[in-house]
Write a protein that binds this ligand. Structure first.
Ligand SMILES: [Ca+2]
Ligand SMILES: [Ca+2]
Ligand SMILES: [Ca+2]
Ligand SMILES: [Ca+2]
Length: 436
C-alpha cells in the first residue's frame, strides 16, 4: 500500500505544473529543472518582445526567462552588443578586437547531470572558442587548437574533441547532455551527434559564464540567439522536442530528428510557440506540453514508441474576428491558426490517439462553454468553412478551456477556435445534452 501511494505522489508532482518551458519541456515558474533560459528576442525576460534595446546597445544584463532570475551580467568594455540587424535579434560577442566579451551568471558550478542548448552563429576569430565556461571546464564550439571541431575541456586534465565540424557562419543548435554516474557527454550539433568519454562520472557541464573571462584563446565569438540550461538531463523525447522548437523558431535549422515540418515555407511557416509531446520509449517520453504559447496538449490515449505530436502557429493576432473563413454558425473566429505534425522520426504519419487540448483565452471576451467551438481543418484544404465545429469545452477556470478526448486532429491539420451563434437555452437538461 505504501508503495502505491509513493507512485501516485510521483505522478502528481510530474503533471502538477504546466509545461511552459522550451517546446513545453520544463516550467517557467522555478519549479522544474529548467534553471536558465536566455532569449535574445526578449532580453529583459518580461515576455514582451517589443521592448528590446536599440541595435548596437552594450548588454549589461541578459535576463533569465526560466523564472529563477538567474540573470547574466557584465559591465564596461567586456559587454557583448545587442544586434537587431539580422533576421533574429542576438547578443553579439566580438572576439576580433579588444578585451574578451563574456557574461557572468548569477549561479555557477559544474553539473554532472544536466542538459544545455545554445542557438548560436559562431565566428572563427582565433584558435578556440567557448560557450559556457568555468575555472575547471569549458564547452567549446571550437576545441583548442584550431581543430575546427566542437568539443569539451577539463582544464589541466584534457581536451576532448568530437569529429563534428565547428559550424562557423551557420545558425546552429548546439547542445550538451550528461547523466550522473556516466562519463559520457553527448554533444549534438544540428544534424550530428557524438558521445564523448570525458573520463569522469563527476565531471560535468559548466554554468559560470558565457565565454572565457580572459582575452586570447577560448573567447566567446559570434551571435547568441538563445541559451537554455536544465539541471537534470532531459530525456531523449524531450531533446527532440526542444530541438524542433528551436529549429522552427530560428528558420528551420537542421536537426537530427525533424518531427515538425509545419515550419517549412511550403507548409506556411507555422514557426511560432512550437511545442510538442512525444515518446521514444517507455522511459523517454513527454506527454504534457504547452511551451510559450496558449495551447496545452496532454493525455494522449495512444502515444506509442517513436510517435510525436507537435504544433505551432502562424503568428496572426490573438484576436477574434468576423468575416474569416468559418462555418456559417460561427459568429467570430480567431485570426491565429495552428498546424500540427503527428509523425515518427522518419516523418511518416502516426496516431497518438485522442488528446486533451486546452486554450488559455485570457483577453478574449464573451467566451462560454456553450458558444466556444474547436475548428479543425480535417480535410486539410486550408479552409474551415467545410468543417463541423466541435463543441463541449469545459471551463477549467482562469480563462482556460479544454476540449477533452479530441481524436479528429491528424498529421498536417490546421486548427483554431470560434465563437458559435447560440440561442439561449433555459432548460438545463437540454444544455447538458448539447454539451455532451
Ligand atoms: Ca522584453
Ligand atoms: Ca522542422
Ligand atoms: Ca499510437
Ligand atoms: Ca477544410
Amino acid at each position: 500500500m505504501k508503495k502505491k501511494l509513493f507512485y501516485i505522489f510521483i505522478s502528481f508532482t510530474i503533471t502538477s505544473f504546466s509545461q511552459t518551458g522550451p517546446g513545453g519541456v520544463g516550467a517557467r515558474d522555478g519549479s522544474s529543472s529548467l534553471i536558465v533560459w536566455l532569449r535574445a528576442n526578449d532580453l529583459n525576460a518580461d515576455g514582451d518582445i517589443s521592448n528590446n534595446p536599440a541595435n548596437g546597445t552594450l548588454i549589461s544584463t541578459w535576463s533569465d526567462f526560466s523564472g529563477n532570475s538567474n540573470n547574466f551580467t557584465q559591465s564596461g568594455t567586456r559587454r557583448p552588443t545587442y544586434n537587431t540587424a539580422g533576421t533574429f535579434n542576438t547578443a553579439r560577442f566580438d572576439a576580433s578586437t579588444g578585451a574578451a566579451k563574456f557574461m557572468n551568471g548569477s549561479i555557477s558550478g559544474i553539473y554532472a547531470n544536466a542538459s544545455t542548448f545554445f542557438v548560436t552563429n559562431p565566428v572563427n576569430n582565433g584558435n578556440s572558442h567557448s560557450l559556457f565556461d568555468h575555472s575547471s571546464a569549458s564547452l567549446r564550439v571550437e576545441q583548442w587548437r584550431n581543430t575546427n571541431r566542437v568539443g569539451f575541456t577539463r582544464y589541466g586534465i584534457a581536451d576532448y574533441s568530437t569529429a563534428i565540424v565547428s559550424p562557423f557562419g551557420i545558425n546552429s543548435i548546439i547542445s550538451y547532455h550528461k547523466t550522473t554516474g556516466s562519463s559520457l557527454l553527448e554533444v549534438r550539433v544540428n544534424g550530428a551527434n557524438q558521445n564523448l568519454n570525458i573520463g569522469s562520472t563527476t565531471a560535468g557541464i559548466p554554468l559560470d559564464r558565457i565565454g572565457r573571462n580572459s582575452s586570447g584563446a577560448d573567447e566567446a565569438s559570434g551571435d547568441f540567439f538563445e541559451i537554455i540550461f536544465y539541471n537534470s538531463r532531459v530525456n531523449d523525447a524531450q531533446k527532440i522536442i526542444i530541438d524542433n522548437y528551436l529549429s522552427a523558431k530560428f528558420g528551420s535549422i537542421a536537426v537530427i530528428n525533424d518531427v515538425y515540418n509545419e515550419d517549412d515555407v511550403a507548409a506556411g511557416n507555422f514557426d511560432h510557440d512550437v511545442a510538442g509531446i512525444g515518446r521514444v520509449n517507455s522511459s523517454n517520453l513527454h506527454n504534457d506540453s504547452q511551451g510559450t504559447g496558449l495551447v496545452r496538449v496532454l493525455n494522449p490515449s495512444n502515444l506509442n514508441d517513436n510517435e510525436f505530436f507537435m504544433w505551432g502557429h502562424d503568428n496572426n493576432a490573438f484576436l477574434m474576428n468576423t468575416g474569416l473563413n468559418a462555418p456559417n454558425i460561427i459568429k467570430s473566429r480567431l485570426n491565429r491558426v495552428w498546424r500540427v505534425s503527428e509523425v515518427n522520426t522518419s516523418g511518416a504519419s502516426v496516431d497518438v490517439g485522442s488528446i486533451d487540448i486546452r486554450f488559455d483565452l485570457t483577453g478574449i471576451t464573451d467566451v462560454s462553454t456553450a458558444n466556444l467551438r474547436l475548428l479543425i481543418d480535417t480535410d486539410n484544404d486550408g479552409l474551415f468553412d467545410d468543417e463541423t465545429p466541435i463543441s463541449g469545452a469545459t471551463d477549467l477556470g482562469s480563462n482556460i478551456y479544454s476540449f477533452n478526448s479530441v481524436n479528429s486532429l491528424t498529421n498536417n491539420n490546421r486548427f483554431t477556435i470560434g465563437i458559435g451563434i447560440t440561442t439561449v437555452i433555459t432548460n438545463r437538461k437540454i444544455t447538458y445534452r448539447v454539451n455532451n
